[in-house]
Design a protein around this ligand. Structure first.
Ligand code: SIN
Length: 523
C-alpha cells in the first residue's frame, strides 16, 4: 500500500465545516479530502433556509438558546446551546466579510426569516433559498485563493488507523464507483467534517454521497457515538419520486404557506397551537400520518406567495417545475424525509472526539449536544461554523505543523470493483421501513438482522461497512431508548420517560453485541 506522510492536517469532507476550518487554520497547511469536485455533493451546499443568529437588536442569544433547548426535547446541553448562540453573530459577520451576499433590507439590515419553533425571525438567508449554495460559493473562492489549502478531489476516506487510542492515519480510496487500491495518509492531525447519515434512508433530502460513512469510519476505529437514534425527518420534502428528494424549505411556512390534505383540510391546526410552525418532529409525524392514510399531503404556497415563489424561492420553484408542478397555481406534494442526524461522533467542547486522540469532528458528523432530540431549524450550519473554528484553534494549539508542506499525491490503482448498489438500496429501504419516522421493537430487530446479513455479504467493501456501522448504531440506540422523545417516536413506548432526558452513548462494539444477540434470537 502506498504510504504518504505529510505535515498537513487532514480534513475529511468538503462541506461548510471542512472549508471554514481549513480557512481558520491558514496559513498552516491542510489537505481537504473531497470525494466530489469542490462544492458538489456536500449537504451544506443544499441547505435552503440559512443560518440562525440573533441579529435583531430586539432578539437575543439567550432567547435563541431557550428555543434550541425547547425544540431539543430535554436533551440539549444548555452550556453548548449558550456558547453556540452567543457566537452566532460574529460568524455571520465573518461570512459577510468573506463575501457571502446575505439578503439585506433597504436600510442595510439583514433580512431575517422565521422558521418553525423559533420565537423570533432570526434566520439570515441569501436570495431566499440559496443560503447553502451562496455561502459555499464564497468559501470555495477563498479556499481556492489560499495557498496553504490543498484540495484533493476524487478521494474518499474509508478507514482510520489507530495506534494506542490515537489516530495515526487515514486510508483513502478513489471515490470512483469502482473504487481503487487503498493509500495510507499520515498527517499532523485529523478533522472529520464529512456530513451525516440522511442517505442511509430511501427517502432523504441529503446528497447521494452522505450515507453515514464518516460516523461509521470513526465508530469502527473506537470512537464513542452519541444520540445515534435521533434522526430528523424534514416534513416537506417534495414528493415527486426524485432520489434524493428536493426540499421545500420551512421558510415557506414562515411566509404563511399552509399544509393541506387531499380533502383540503388544514390538518396542522388540530395538531399544535403553532400549526405549520410547530416543532419539526411534530409536523413530520403529522405529514407521515397523512401519507400513510393515503391523504396525499401538500404544501400550498399560492395564497402566501403566489408568483413571488419564483423569485424568492428559486430552488423550490425550479424543483417543482422540472417535475411538472407549477407552485404558482398548484400545491406542492410533500412527504417526510430523512434530513439531519442529531447523533454522531461524541465531541467535547474543544471538538475533540471522545474515545480517540488526535481526532477532531465538526458539523453533522459530530454530536456536540446542541441539537438534543430535535434540531432547531437552521442551527445546523451555525453549529458547523462555530465548531469548525473551535476545532481549528485547538488543532493549531496541539498539532506540530511546519509552515510549508509538499502537496499530497496519492496514486490510486484500479482494482476489480464489487457491485454493491443493490446492497445499498436494500440497506436504505430497511432503514426507512423499520427505523424511520415511527419505530417499534420488532421493526428495529428486523432491521438489525437485515443489516447483519447485508454486511456479511458485502463486508470486504470498507465504505459499505462504514454505512452498516452507522445503520447498526442508529437501530441499536433506537431499540435501547424505550421512550418517545423529539424525533425518536416509538409506537410501543409513546411517552417520554419522566424527568430530564438523557443523551445516549454507544460504541460500535456495544451495538454489534446487541445485534449479535438479536440475530441469535432469530426463530
Ligand atoms: C429548511 O430550510 O427547511 C431546512 C433548514 C434546516 O434544515 O435547518
Amino acid at each position: 500500500m502506498q504510504e504518504i506522510t505529510t505535515d498537513r492536517v487532514v480534513i475529511v469532507g468538503a462541506g461548510l465545516g471542512a472549508l471554514y476550518a481549513a480557512l481558520m487554520l491558514a496559513p498552516r497547511p491542510v489537505v481537504v479530502i473531497s470525494p466530489e469536485r469542490l462544492g458538489e455533493g456536500a449537504s451544506s451546499a443544499w441547505a435552503q433556509g440559512g443560518v440562525a443568529a440573533a441579529m435583531d437588536l430586539a432578539d437575543s442569544p439567550e432567547a435563541h438558546a431557550i428555543d434550541t433547548e425547547v425544540a431539543g426535547a430535554g436533551t440539549v446541553d444548555a452550556e453548548v446551546a449558550r456558547m453556540v448562540t452567543e457566537a452566532a453573530r460574529e460568524h455571520i459577520l465573518q461570512l459577510t466579510t468573506l463575501g457571502t451576499p446575505f439578503d439585506r433590507t433597504e436600510d442595510g439590515d439583514y433580512v431575517l426569516s422565521r422558521e418553525a419553533a423559533h420565537s423570533f425571525a432570526r434566520v439570515v438567508r441569501v436570495k431566499g433559498d440559496q443560503a447553502g449554495a451562496e455561502i459555499m460559493s464564497a468559501l470555495i473562492d477563498e479556499v481556492r485563493a489560499t495557498a496553504s489549502i490543498q484540495v484533493l478531489e476524487g478521494a474518499l476516506a474509508t478507514r482510520l488507523l489507530v495506534s494506542n487510542g490515537v489516530v495515526d492515519g487515514v486510508e483513502l480510496q478513489s471515490s470512483a464507483p469502482e473504487g481503487s487500491s487503498p493509500v495510507m495518509l499520515r498527517g499532523a492531525g485529523y478533522l472529520l467534517a464529512g456530513g451525516g447519515s440522511g442517505g442511509l434512508y430511501a427517502l432523504t433530502t441529503n446528497p447521494p454521497r452522505i450515507r453515514g460513512q464518516v460516523i461509521g469510519m470513526a465508530a469502527r476505529a473506537g470512537a464513542v457515538i452519541a444520540d445515534a437514534e435521533f434522526v430528523q425527518f424534514h416534513p416537506t420534502a417534495i414528493d415527486v419520486g426524485e432520489d434524493p428528494a428536493p426540499l421545500a424549505t420551512e421558510a415557506l411556512r414562515g411566509e404563511g404557506a399552509i399544509l393541506l390534505n387531499k380533502a383540503g383540510e388544514r390538518f396542522m391546526t388540530a395538531e399544535h397551537p403553532d400549526a405549520e410552525l410547530a416543532p419539526r418532529d411534530i409536523v413530520a409525524r403529522a405529514i407521515f400520518a397523512q401519507t400513510q392514510a393515503g391523504n396525499r399531503p401538500v404544501l400550498d404556497t399560492r395564497q402566501a406567495l403566489g408568483i413571488q415563489i419564483t423569485d424568492h424561492f428559486p430552488s423550490v420553484a425550479e424543483a417543482c417545475l422540472r417535475n411538472s408542478v407549477d407552485p404558482v397555481v398548484q400545491p406542492i406534494p410533500v412527504a417526510a424525509a430523512a434530513h439531519y442526524h442529531m447523533g454522531g461522533i461524541a465531541t467535547d467542547q474543544q471538538g475533540r472526539a471522545e474515545g480517540l486522540g488526535n481526532l477532531w469532528v465538526c458539523g453533522e458528523a459530530s454530536s456536540t449536544g446542541l441539537h438534543g432530540a430535535n434540531r432547531l431549524a437552521s442551527n445546523g450550519l451555525l453549529e458547523a461554523l462555530v465548531y469548525a473554528r473551535i476545532c481549528a484553534l485547538d488543532i493549531a494549539e496541539h498539532c506540530a505543523m511546519e509552515d510549508i508542506a509538499e502537496p499530497v499525491v496519492p496514486i490510486f490503482s484500479k482494482v476489480a470493483g464489487t457491485e454493491r448498489s443493490d446492497a445499498i438500496t436494500a440497506l436504505r429501504q430497511t432503514m426507512t421501513a423499520h427505523v424511520g419516522v415511527l419505530r417499534d421493537a420488532d421493526g428495529m430487530k428486523a432491521a438489525l438482522r437485515r443489516i447483519a446479513k447485508l454486511e456479511e455479504a458485502h463486508g470486504t467493501d470498507e465504505s459499505f461497512r462504514n454505512m452498516c456501522a452507522t445503520a447498526t448504531l442508529i437501530a441499536a440506540s433506537a431499540l435501547m431508548r424505550e421512550e418517545s422523545r423529539g424525533a425518536h417516536a416509538r409506537i410501543d413506548f409513546p411517552d417520554p420517560l419522566p424527568g430530564p432526558g438523557k443523551r445516549s452513548r454507544m460504541t460500535l462494539e456495544e451495538a454489534l453485541s446487541l445485534r449479535t444477540q438479536i440475530v441469535s434470537e432469530d426463530p
